[in-house]
Design a protein around this ligand. Structure first.
Ligand code: SF4
Length: 62
């Protein structure tokens, strides 16, 4: 069992909050947007979802 992490690039403003808060470095900033680079490490803690003011992130159990 793992987690699927989805960033809506239309909503993302690239403030890097998710990059900073994620304990396992799932995110990186590329060209001013957050991208998922390490999805298999996701713990499903939803810290990134909570910290994102743009509501750009969805984390789903799969
Ligand atoms: S749910 Fe937690 S572990 Fe997964 S990407 Fe978000 S902050 Fe990182």
């Amino acid at each position: 069992m793992g987690y699927k992490v989805i960033v809506d690039a239309q909503k993302c403003i690239g403030d890097g909050e998710c990059v900073d808060v994620c304990p396992v470095e799932v995110y990186a900033l590329r060209d001013g947007k957050a991208v998922v680079v390490n999805m298999e490490e996701c713990l499903g803690c939803e810290s990134c979802v909570e910290v994102c003011d743009q509501d750009a992130i969805v984390v789903e159990e799969e």
